[in-house]
Design a protein around this ligand. Structure first.
Ligand SMILES: Cc1cc2nc3c(=O)[nH]c(=O)nc-3n(C[C@H](O)[C@H](O)[C@H](O)COP(=O)(O)OP(=O)(O)OC[C@H]3O[C@@H](n4cnc5c(N)ncnc54)[C@H](O)[C@@H]3O)c2cc1C
Length: 435
């Protein structure tokens, strides 16, 4: 095999970082590298909640794939993966109403995950997901729209209904969004929608106590991956920001005007965001379908698909159970979590093992060694576990921002975000409604 053809499906944290690791070999002409993605950009999901709440401009959390590989022979294809033929070693993609076949010698599946509504009636129809840029832009737009509509409300009750927002899911995304949403909503009321004298008969007045943000979570506590003291710190912070917590509550039905919980209560919400779970996106295979663990592709310790020596999978799409990481609890067979950090750590082993396979050398095994995790809870506050250190407060928040800033590939994006974050300190968030 003179110039092996390596094809990567998905340009998220997994696919993009694998491609970046192969960039040098592609430049030298030692491999042919193709990266296929639905959009023409890499999306930095950890900052998506700031786009949804007017803190960041959408284009600042996306990096065009072509920009990252400019001046290299890496082939960038903006298309949707339709199917994989493992016999013929061909990927079929579709774009502009046409299908194209792309042959491969080695394939990397990094197609990520999509929102999981768990079949709850009304959830997919009446809630907004937060997975991509369009979702974030839509959430922002619906929140601004709720305020513009509330200005015309004929009664206090109607206004209250319009200004009721709910978030389902108390993981990192739900907590970060709830806290930022509270800052956004309170800021809007204070600056644009408040009047000192507010009479229900007079339309046009929104009072801060009329706006409600409810965070609904099935678990008894938020952010279960953190130690109890940090979970409590984030809970206290959210309550202080005015977020109503409904813990230990399961949503059983979603309607256009709110949500029904398992205990029969009804939570009013004009806008509901669903952050309660995700499921892997697994491309269709021609012929026999690969084995799944839950929704994720089962991979071996080398990150190869079972029974396929030339197909690797990583990130949210792949469910690798790291027995070393969980050896303290032998019964624990949780797969490596669906996190950007995990996906990026896996890229090293996938790249090394593809090269080892090409050179017919022994493959490397993976051990999941997370460095820690941080979650922001509104402006100036974050919680974090860094190795065995547990921290919370404004310094953690500063650290959280600095760490994420340096995860961007280009200085151009880092500088743009730094400027935006600085401006956000002095100026109100933008409420221009574009959609
Ligand atoms: C709002 C939000 C906040 C998050 N915050 C954090 C955080 O703070 N820290 C953290 O560690 N993790 C966070 N995550 C999780 C993190 O984003 C994922 O774990 C990570 O992106 C997984 O990387 P991946 O490469 O597997 O998938 P992704 O990054 O999702 O990339 C998958 C790519 O595949 C493309 N794709 C999918 N299907 C097709 C198809 N059929 N054809 C072509 N292209 C396709 C998609 O367009 C996408 O570009 C967050 C996720 C969300 C949604």
């Amino acid at each position: 095999m003179l110039r092996p053809r390596i094809v990567i499906l998905g340009a998220g944290f997994g696919g993009m970082y694998v491609a970046k690791r192969f960039k040098r070999l592609a430049k030298k002409g030692l491999i042919e590298l193709t990266i296929i993605n639905r959009t023409n950009y890499f999306l930095f999901t950890p900052l998506l909640h700031e786009v949804a709440t007017g803190g960041l401009n959408p284009r600042n959390v996306a990096e065009p794939i072509r920009e990252v590989f400019a001046g290299t022979p890496v082939r960038v294809v903006q298309a949707a993966v339709e199917s994989i033929d493992t016999e013929k070693r061909i990927v079929t993609v579709s774009a502009h109403n046409e299908t194209t076949e792309i042959p491969y010698d080695y394939l990397v599946i990094a197609t990520g995950a999509e929102t999981n509504y768990y079949g709850i009636p009304g959830a997919s129809e009446h809630t907004l997901p937060l997975k991509n840029l369009a979702d974030a832009a839509r959430i922002r737009s619906e929140i601004i729209d709720a305020f513009e509509h509330a200005v015309l409300a004929q009664s206090e009750e109607e206004r209250r209904e319009l200004l009721s927002f709910a978030i389902v899911g108390g993981g990192a995304t739900g907590v970060e969004l709830a806290a930022e949403l509270s800052d956004f909503v309170q800021g809007m009321i204070k600056r644009y929608y408040r009047k000192t004298h507010c009479a229900p008969s007079e339309p046009g007045h929104c009072r801060s106590e009329e706006a409600a943000i409810t965070l609904i979570h099935t678990g008894k506590e938020l952010l279960e991956m953190f130690v109890p003291s940090l979970r409590k710190a984030s809970e206290r912070r959210l309550i202080k920001s005015g977020v109503v917590l409904r813990l230990g509550s399961t949503v059983t039905e979603v309607m256009p005007d709110g949500l029904r919980l398992a205990d029969g209560t009804f939570v009013i919400a004009s806008t509901t965001v669903w952050t309660a779970g995700v499921k892997a996106i697994v491309p269709r295979f021609a012929g026999e379908q690969p084995a799944l663990s839950g929704s994720r592709l089962i991979v071996d310790e080398f990150f190869r698909l079972q029974g396929h020596e030339r197909i690797f999978a990583l990130g949210d799409a792949a469910g690798y159970v790291d027995t070393h990481a969980f050896k303290k609890d032998s019964k624990n067979t949780r797969p490596v979590p669906m996190l950007a950090q995990a996906a990026v750590l896996e890229t090293k082993i996938v790249t090394a093992n593809i090269l080892a396979s090409i050179r017919r050398k022994p493959l490397f095994t993976f051990q999941y060694k997370p460095k820690g995790a941080m979650v922001s809870v509104g402006q100036w506050f974050a919680i974090g576990e860094i190795y065995s250190l547990h921290i919370a407060g404004w310094f953690t928040w500063w650290l959280w921002r600095t760490v994420y800033l340096f995860k961007f590939a280009s200085w151009q994006k880092r500088i743009r975000i730094m400027i935006e974050w600085t401006l956000d300190i002095f100026f109100p968030r933008d409420i221009t409604k574009l959609m």
